[in-house]
Design a protein around this ligand. Structure first.
Ligand code: G6P
Length: 367
């Protein structure tokens, strides 16, 4: 079928706005809300035997893997190793029996990721693949195929494939936790319920579109932008910076908020917007103290948080974006929306080619 932009100016914008629907569509295949259970395809190997998970991916898919590492370790108590495919291939990773190698890819064709998959297969690892193109090479070579149901993604910068990857990875982590006897039925019911709340929370996040469009000029004039977060919001900071770089050509860096004092704080002055991703919760106070270090040096803070967080720390910011109050499990999905929208509107303000940014390809089939 012909894919068009509908009422949207760009494919990327259309794909950002599709997220509530495609995440719901994806979750539908993995959740049984009435039973309070996750329901994954049954692999040919025994998940209970998995001793270690090795995650390999590139670009935005790699950042989905970084978030998933928190979930696999927290829920299933399985050690996780993660690397970008182009590094993984050329080091000598230790791949022991009982290892599950997990590849994440929108296209299923990224050359480095595919080569890493084949290497892991040759080394006797079980192969799980989270992929958006069901007919792709990676899909065909999986022992456990976990499709995302995002539909075709046209914009070069990945958006809806990313949030769908996160949804699948959360369900997979819960499934592995159950298989390994690390999760009670009650905990599983909770995870299913929180994931089922994601589409509505994504809608609530999208409602901030116009407000984010209005703050785009603040970022569009910058030469450098810093994104900060802790825990699963650290990969979200990396993803925010990547989105901005890819489509607006502004230099951006994502940093673990606590690591800022070991380097990037030297860059801060009143010309540097600092995007702080900090939902209220156990890590909030620590991130706020990092935010205050930025403010003390004149950095212009955009705080992305919830009502509680903004009430506590919004005063220190030049702008705030209020996300709906949601369970920590789905925060990475929900907080993806404002960073995508910010990058999108900054790129539009700068007049770049949003869907086909210079020098980038949708699918990188060279090594
Ligand atoms: C390219 C795309 C990115 C994508 C990355 C990985 O760089 O521009 O948006 O995240 O490849 O692609 P994959 O298809 O493996 O997820």
């Amino acid at each position: 079928a012909m894919i068009d932009k509908g009422n949207h100016r760009h494919f990327m914008q259309k794909e950002i706005f599709e997220q509530p629907v495609v995440v719901a569509q994806t979750l539908q295949a993995y959740l049984k809300p009435l039973d309070g259970k996750v329901a994954l395809p049954i692999p040919e190997f025994d998940l209970a035997e998995v001793k270690r998970v090795t995650i390999v991916a590139c670009g935005t898919s790699y950042y989905a893997g970084l978030v998933a590492k928190y979930w696999f370790e927290k829920f299933a108590r399985v050690p996780v190793d993660i690397d970008v495919a182009s590094e993984f291939r050329y080091r000598e990773p230790v791949l022991e029996p009982g290892g599950l190698a997990l590849f994440i890819s929108q296209s299923g064709e990224t050359a480095d990721t595919l080569a890493a998959l084949r290497h892991c297969r040759a080394e006797g690892q079980k192969i799980a693949v989270v992929v958006n193109v069901p007919t792709s090479s990676m899909a065909r070579e999986a022992d456990l195929l976990l499709p995302t149901n995002a539909g075709p993604e046209i914009g070069v910068a990945s958006t809806k494939a990313f949030t769908c990857q996160l949804a699948v990875l959360a369900a997979f982590a819960a499934n592995l936790a159950r298989a390994k006897g690390k999760m009670t039925a009650e905990e599983e019911r909770g995870i299913v319920q929180h994931l089922a709340e994601a589409p509505a929370a994504l809608n609530a996040a999208l409602a901030h579109d116009e407000e984010i469009e209005k703050m785009a000029p603040l970022v569009a004039v910058a030469r450098d932008v810093l994104y900060l977060g802790r825990g699963p919001d650290y990969p979200m900071a990396l993803e925010g910076a990547l989105k901005l770089k890819e489509i607006s050509y502004i230099h951006a860096e994502g940093y673990a908020a606590g690591e800022m004092k070991h380097g990037p704080i030297a860059l801060i002055d009143d010309s540097v917007p600092v995007i702080v991703i900090a939902p209220s919760g156990p890590l909030f106070e620590k991130t706020v103290s990092n935010m205050q270090e930025v403010a003390a040096r004149g950095g212009r803070i955009v705080l992305i948080s919830d009502a509680v967080g903004i009430a506590k720390a919004g005063d220190g910011a030049v702008a705030t974006i209020e996300m709906p109050d949601c369970h920590p499990l789905i925060q990475p999905l929900v907080y993806a929306v404002p960073v995508q929208l910010l990058a999108y509107h900054v790129a539009v303000a700068k007049g770049t080619d949003v869907d086909q940014p210079r020098n980038l390809a949708k699918s990188v089939t060279v090594e």
